[in-house]
Write a protein that binds this ligand. Structure first.
Ligand code: DER
Length: 237
């Protein structure tokens, strides 16, 4: 099975938890895309009714619009029944790294107010500890003096061998900064060693005035669905 087939299996399994009448948080990324497609398909077939979707990015908003999924936002729906979204890393306690797709702020806003938050991944996302994959831990920062903020973040996690890099918009040119849906930049943190207490690390980052939000989603997921070569595993918090 290809990685995308595994992502689709996990996504379709998660949509089994969607009931008619629900207000849903619609995730962002290549795994969540399959879940949004499936929700649109079930609505079209009449197997799901009266669904309202709250998208976590402009990209998901566009996708859901094309599928005819009725859309709203947090202003109208400050509480949601269920969110389904992917992740970049999942640790044994269901803590997540998200944001490699650039949507961490809206994802965290939406997924922070859901009664249930189902994370859908292929098995390659499972890690022993966050930051362990050697891939980026994204931090959304304001454009104003982003370099100052990046250097403060790098120094803050020196013990973990942290290197902070501004994410560039490779679609345009490798020079231009990537700009999020909210007009901010992303500083990616690359770690060589464990961060230690994740809550302490989270608080330290959020205390920096130039930081808007970071990609660690701690104690937010309620259910994990992992698709692997041996099948699909559902793990509740
Ligand atoms: O960027 C994001 O937050 C995405 O949800 C990411 O965490 C998972 O993206 P993927 O499903 O394309 O791997």
């Amino acid at each position: 099975l290809t990685q995308d087939e595994l992502k689709k299996i996990a996504a379709y399994k998660a949509v089994e938890y969607v009931e008619s009448g629900m207000v849903l948080g619609l995730g962002t990324g290549s795994t969540a895309r399959h879940a949004v497609d499936r929700i649109g398909e079930l609505l079209r077939q009449g197997k799901l009714k009266n669904i309202v979707g709250v998208p976590t990015s402009k990209a998901t908003h566009e996708q859901a619009l094309k599928l005819g999924i009725p859309l709203s936002d947090l202003d109208s729906h400050p509480r949601l029944d269920l969110a389904i979204d992917g992740a970049d890393e999942v640790d044994p306690a269901l803590n997540l790294v998200k944001g490699r797709g650039g949507s961490l702020l809206r994802e965290k806003m939406v997924e922070g107010v859901c009664k249930k938050f189902i994370v859908i991944v292929d098995e390659s996302k499972m890690v022993a500890h966050l930051g362990g994959s050697g891939l980026a831990l994204p931090v959304e920062v304001v454009p104003f003096c982003w370099k100052f903020t990046a250097e403060r973040l790098q120094g803050m996690f020196e013990h973990a061998g942290c290197v902070a890099k501004l994410r560039t918009d490779n679609a345009e040119s490798s020079e231009l900064p990537y700009v999020t849906d909210n007009g901010n930049y992303i500083v990616d943190l690359y770690l060589e060693r464990e961060l230690g207490d994740l809550n302490v690390a989270s608080d330290k980052m959020l205390r920096l005035a130039g930081v808007v939000e970071h990609g660690m989603f701690l104690e937010m997921a309620t259910t994990l669905i992992v698709a692997g070569e041996l099948g699909v595993c559902v793990k509740n918090k």
